[in-house]
Design a protein around this ligand. Structure first.
Ligand code: SF4
Length: 488
């Protein structure tokens, strides 16, 4: 059955009224100025809307016209638009823009695609968006959301945005051309998200074919203290690991609400930096869970905690080596048919003064889980404090000698994976640019300058028990985000 596109877009027209308006649309409505729409569109590529809005506001305060823009040099432009993605390249485009407009278009923004794409920094996507929303002329701007969602709906079957644009030009009724981008950007940011789309609350759920989609499998927490029958071996258990970088701090910032939304069956936390007595009751004894803690002896340092909706059969604190166990780094729960190991690997430190210790810890944990796997399945998760390969961090070349990406740390992980332990995220996702930690400095999270250092691994014999894995990079509260494994 073919997808009813007109019905879907009309439903979304109503639906997105309550969503955040994409920043370029907002600037178009507020300014009715093609020059500002063009500049904002250039700024917005690979940049979050809030960052684009602030950068555009700073820039327009000094350069609201091509003539004023011509008066700013490239380094001033860099400072004004920082931290938008690729700000150095974009500053170069903006510096060249007034000259290009003056030379060929009498300092006016043209409205034809062929003309717009001759301007610096303007590709087909930008040209279509400017023509559509600044001039209200028929054009289809196909960005990642439009391309992705049109394929999810099966309305097109295309490999890239250009193919999608051409296919839509053939079949999408022209009355929707101008609006389709704004609708699907808002919808793609709010509901049909690239990672974990909210199918459970989607207005199109009854007729969307969900082609290629792995939806969130969220379940509501049970009422009261009654746990569901997760002891059945066939039940899918949602496991979440999160380095919270201080449980007391995150507890003040919506921690229990986040847990309620994510609805894990087992939640592993690292770097809790607290003993249970320092936590509020609502966190120490979170409703619906049995909580297990292994804090460090040193106050305010390290420590792990695991919350489980299924009470564990046995609990092991540490791995039997006092050097590591006094730092509260490993907590193992045993269930009927698997072990769950929550682990906070040491940081080898900026000066690599703890690299040797970390390598010893790595080998000790490796031997420990290998021993467990002889008896039953093993899930090990946590902050491993190492990015394995070049696609696991944004700037590999600049970090080859830095903690978390040294050859020694990476080689250990090579050995670990060569033994057959499965990096569950990579079993489902080969994309670069998916990270679980971002520095607090330099707006690194906004710019997605991050590292993937938080993992779920399973033992080699348990591949068939994996159901899905992902990184929940839209969850705030820490410099790490949670990572997830669905396990049968
Ligand atoms: S049902 Fe899911 S996949 Fe389909 S449009 Fe809604 S959120 Fe996207």
């Amino acid at each position: 059955m073919s997808f009813d596109i007109e019905n879907a877009l009309q439903i979304l027209e109503h639906e997105v009224q309550n969503y955040q308006v994409p920043v370029v649309d907002l600037i178009a409505v507020q300014t009715r100025d093609p020059f500002k729409v063009l500049v904002a569109t250039i700024l917005s590529a690979r940049t979050k809307d809030e960052v684009t809005a602030q950068a555009a506001s700073r820039l327009f305060a000094q350069a609201a016209t091509p003539q004023a823009l011509a008066g700013l040099d490239e380094s001033t432009l860099q400072k004004l638009i920082y931290p938008v993605g690729f700000y150095k390249n974009k500053a170069g485009y903006l510096a060249a823009l007034p000259g290009a407009l003056e030379k060929n278009f009498a300092s006016k923004v043209p409205d034809e695609i062929d003309q717009l794409v001759t301007l610096p920094g303007v590709g087909r996507k930008t040209a279509n968006l400017v023509r559509a929303i600044a001039f209200h002329k028929p054009a289809i701007c196909v960005d990642t959301h439009v391309h992705r969602i049109m394929n999810i709906w099966g309305y097109v079957q295309t490999k890239n945005p250009l193919e999608t644009e051409m296919a839509l030009r053939e079949k999408l009724p022209e009355q929707y051309w101008i609006r389709v981008n704004s609708l699907l950007v808002a919808f793609g940011q709010g509901t049909c998200r690239p990672v974990g789309p909210h199918c459970e609350r989607c207005v199109l759920a009854s007729f969307c074919p969900r082609i290629g989609v792995t939806p969130r499998k969220l379940r509501a927490l049970p009422k009261g203290q009654d746990a569901p029958n997760l002891l059945e071996t066939t039940a899918i258990k949602r496991m979440i690991s999160w380095n919270v970088n201080g449980l007391r701090a995150v507890a003040k910032n919506g921690f229990t609400e986040i847990v309620r939304d994510l609805a894990p069956d087992i939640l592993a936390l690292q770097e809790i930096k607290a003993v249970p007595e320092q936590l509020p009751d609502s966190v120490r004894e979170m409703a619906g869970f049995t909580a297990y803690f292994h804090p460090a002896q040193k106050k305010g340092y390290s420590g792990v905690a695991t919350y489980s909706r299924i009470p564990a059969d046995t609990v092991q604190h540490g791995i039997g080596d006092p050097r590591f166990d006094e730092e509260g780094r490993v907590l193992t729960l045993e269930f009927a048919d698997f072990y769950f190991v929550n682990c906070y690997f040491p940081n080898s430190r900026h000066d690599l003064s703890r690299l040797d210790l970390k390598q010893e810890f790595n080998l000790a944990v490796q031997a420990f889980v290998k021993g467990l796997a002889i008896r039953k399945s093993v899930v090990i998760c946590g902050d491993f404090n190492v990015a394995h390969t070049e696609r696991d961090l944004a700037n590999p070349a600049a970090n080859v000698k830095n903690a978390g990406f040294t050859p020694e740390e990476r080689q250990w992980m090579d050995v670990y994976t060569h033994e057959g332990w499965i990096d569950t995220f990579r079993a489902y996702n080969q994309e670069p640019g998916r990270y679980s930690w971002w520095s607090y400095r330099s707006n690194a999270r906004e710019r997605n300058i991050g590292w993937r250092i938080d993992y779920f691994f399973v033992d080699p014999a348990s591949r068939a028990r994996m159901v899905g894995a992902d990184i929940l990079d839209d969850i705030p509260g820490s410099d790490h985000c949670p990572v997830v494994l669905d396990f049968r």
